[in-house]
Ligand binder design. Sequence first.
Ligand code: AMP
Length: 280
Amino acid sequence: MRIVRTIAEVRAAVGDAKAADRSVGLVPTMGAFHEGHLSLMRAAREQTDLVVVSLFVNPTQFAPNEDLSTYPRDEARDAALAAAEGVDILFAPEPAEIYPDGFATTIHVAGITEVLDGASRGPHHFDGVATVVTKLFGIVRPDVALFGQKDAQQVLVVRRVVRDLDLDVRIVACPIVRESDGLALSSRNVYLDREARSQAGALNRALDAGEAAHQAGREIVPAALAVLAEAGIEPEYLELRDAETLEPVARADRDALLLVAARVGAARLIDNHLLTGIPA
Ligand code: AMP
């Protein structure tokens, strides 16, 4: 595996692969790898010939009051894990390589970015995500880009950008990887102390309860909220939304996402379940 820092080096490596008719897979990440990240790398390894992983803690998607400066960083460990998954290129640029002086363009997706995490974290968040992902697509020119369903709204935003800007890349969403108690793996789980860690399992249990209520034809959101309340967690949001448009829905008679965000101890955590539509 090669670790490269410049756009020119990535372009050269990808150019060679494309000239040899090899397909290119991209896994965008912010590092601090866990099994969730590794599952994306494995899927990329299975589906494409040249696997590029980007490791970039993207400053523009953090609000001033968020955890940019404390976000966990360990490039040496990440590089070893990526190499063990058969990744070909780890692209780990400095911020100035991505945002040189004079950088002035923002990709803004309207509508679906204004709710849920867009409302909680502010509009800069998905602007930052859409802009950096579009840049990475321009730099790497992947045939396939892989994202985790853990960040369900992010997947929808990226799909919207690809459709609206006619980008020639196939987006693959991979299943959420969880701990044994159901907690979705996240780089931010390191912020959880013992008490918060045991509390955090309630997020997935709440979504399970919502899913069970859906299957039983009962109200979904109250069932999920009850589990959170019992665990002493007050969510930033817990909502049922159409799985494509993110419009609020009362029932999952079409595919719907049950999404939650909550502060647990020192971490802000998100999770979601896809509820398969049961026509009324
Ligand atoms: P991040 O480094 O947090 O930006 O995540 C990089 C990619 O890994 C994103 O596409 C995430 O959705 C994905 N990811 C993060 N956590 C998980 C998880 N628990 N299961 C599957 N994918 C994940």
